[in-house]
Design a protein around this ligand. Structure first.
Ligand SMILES: [Zn+2]
Length: 131
């Protein structure tokens, strides 16, 4: 199972990787840079998610994500993929939803065949995309 979560909320008994551009000073996680976000301009939550899906499913990134999927399918273990975003941090930026790339990334991993869970905050405050 792959858990999409934040550094702050990650369970410490799970293998964890950073899918952020950088990580908190107290963390020392292996970084999966090909799953890290990029600055994108977006109009609303739906647009945000669509742009991230485009970004993640393009070229080298998608190839590496598929390799990650194959590996995790074989290993069949629990892994947390962590970013900074929490609802309290997002509210400081003026959002009432979690605008985090780990949500569209989670959908893509799920579509690719992994069992994916969003953490409670992402479940509650992430906007489900209509596709
Ligand atoms: Zn994030």
């Amino acid at each position: 199972m792959i858990l999409m979560t934040s550094f702050a909320k990650r369970p410490h008994d799970m293998i964890a990787y950073s899918v952020a551009r950088w990580q908190p000073a107290h963390e020392n996680l292996t970084e999966k840079k090909y799953m890290a976000p990029k600055k994108v301009k977006f109009e609303d939550a739906e647009d945000f998610y669509k742009k991230y899906i485009d970004l993640m499913t393009t070229g080298q990134r998608w190839y590496q994500i598929q390799k990650f999927v194959d590996r995790e399918q074989k290993l069949c273990r629990d892994v947390a993929l962590c970013c900074w975003c929490t609802i309290s941090q997002q509210r400081l930026k003026g959002y009432n939803t979690i605008m985090c790339h780990t949500i569209p990334l989670g959908w893509l991993l799920k579509e690719s065949g992994l069992m994916v869970k969003l953490d409670e905050e992402r479940e509650e405050f992430g906007i489900p995309m209509r596709v």
